[in-house]
Design a binder for this molecule. Structure first.
Ligand code: SAH
Ligand code: AVI
Length: 333
């Protein structure tokens, strides 16, 4: 019997680099982070399927302006970006649902240059769903999904097939502390050939009240997103956290100019992380850091880019100057 060939199948390729190594990285992060004097967990573990759904809800909240501001900038400048870059492919780091990315894909598709989209994300379901949707929406588009950690797997991004934009939207670069931020940017610079550009979204320094409201919304969606990391630890590592034992805290650190999200223990207790054979004690009121979200000035951004071997080419912002979208290139050595 003839095999049934789905004509769309050739349009999609997905590579996964996580599997058991990802469980290892969660275990290492938990062992390292929860045995420190000031407990800490890296934010990438928020994003299981539930965390990704909660993040989508955050993007719709009245207080969370970054998504709307970045979308407005993209809508204003997509055609210009398309003409300037002539991109044949778009690599997107932390692609999520690629909701805003469609604005750029529309422009590149209309210009007739776009051939391939490469979403890179730790959340497997996101990469798979996004690949299926986008090949349906853009006839002729090939999608090569990379399920992986952009701190460890950027060398798995396939070689460019033409001028490339690497998009890093949403302000996700701000979720790295300064040293790792520069390390990630250096790795990104290695993805850029002489014809290629980094298109990066960064949230800007502003009134602390606006910032704190964006990370502590009235409906409590961000609080649920924050506590979701405890559910991930319960499921993946057999921990026995009671999420409601922790209160959501979001504050703007004026010295570092970043938002810090923390979980504050409501009572003294000890949690067992069964798979690591680890007992973790929390004093009443003790706080564990779960995310930083750095806010940028043009100087901070230029400093980080230049330390990573890139130069800023264009700076776009929204009318209220809440958020910036920048285009950069690798500096020729
Ligand atoms: N770019 C989208 C989503 C931002 S949310 C937007 O602008 O709305 C951050 C995304 O990055 C999530 O989809 C999450 O799964 C992914 N992510 C976070 N840390 C990651 C890491 N270390 N490696 C790969 N993806 C990561
Ligand atoms: C993905 N990242 C840029 C978001 C941010 O604003 O730092 C994650 C987030 N945390 C709380 N709300 C949104």
């Amino acid at each position: 019997m003839e095999p049934i060939i789905n004509p769309d199948e050739t349009a999609i390729r997905i590579d996964s680099h996580l599997e058991s190594t990802e469980e290892r990285s969660l275990a290492d992060d938990v062992l390292d982070g929860l045995t420190r004097p000031f407990k800490e967990l890296p934010p990438k573990h928020f994003y299981d399927a539930r965390g990704a759904e909660l993040f989508d809800r955050i993007c719709e909240l009245p207080e969370y302006y970054p998504t709307r501001a970045e979308r407005a900038i993209l809508e204003q400048h997509a055609r210009e970006l398309s003409a300037l870059t002539g991109a044949a492919e778009l690599v997107e780091l932390g692609s999520g649902t690629a909701a805003k990315t469609r604005v750029l894909l529309d422009a590149l598709h209309a210009a007739g240059t776009l051939k391939r989209y490469i979403p890179v994300d730790v959340t497997e379901s996101m990469v798979r769903e996004c690949a299926a949707e986008l090949t349906g929406e853009y006839p002729g588009l090939r999608v090569h999904g990379v399920i992986g950690d952009f701190e460890r797997h950027l060398d798995q991004v396939p070689n460019a097939i033409g001028p490339r934009i690497v998009a890093f939207l949403g302000g996700t670069i701000g979720n790295f502390p300064p040293a790792s931020r520069r390390r990630v940017l250096r790795e990104i610079a290695r993805l850029l050939g002489p014809e290629d550009y980094l298109l990066m979204g960064t949230d800007l320094v502003k009134d602390p009240e606006i910032l704190e409201a964006a990370y502590d919304d009235a409906q409590g969606v961000t609080a649920e997103f924050n506590r979701n990391v405890l559910r991930v630890l319960n499921r993946e590592l057999g921990a026995d956290f009671e999420p409601e034992d922790f209160e959501h805290v979001a504050l703007f650190d004026r010295e570092h100019e970043w938002i810090e999200m923390r979980l504050r223990a409501r009572r003294e207790h000890t949690t067992l992380v069964r798979d690591l054979d680890l007992a973790v004690h929390f004093d009443a009121g003790e706080e564990m850091r779960t995310e930083i979200s750095a806010k940028f000035t043009p100087e901070r951004l230029e400093g980080d880019l230049s330390a990573a071997g890139m130069e800023l080419i264009r700076w776009f912002t929204d009318p209220e100057e809440l958020f910036a979208l920048t285009l950069s290139r690798a500096v020729a050595l």
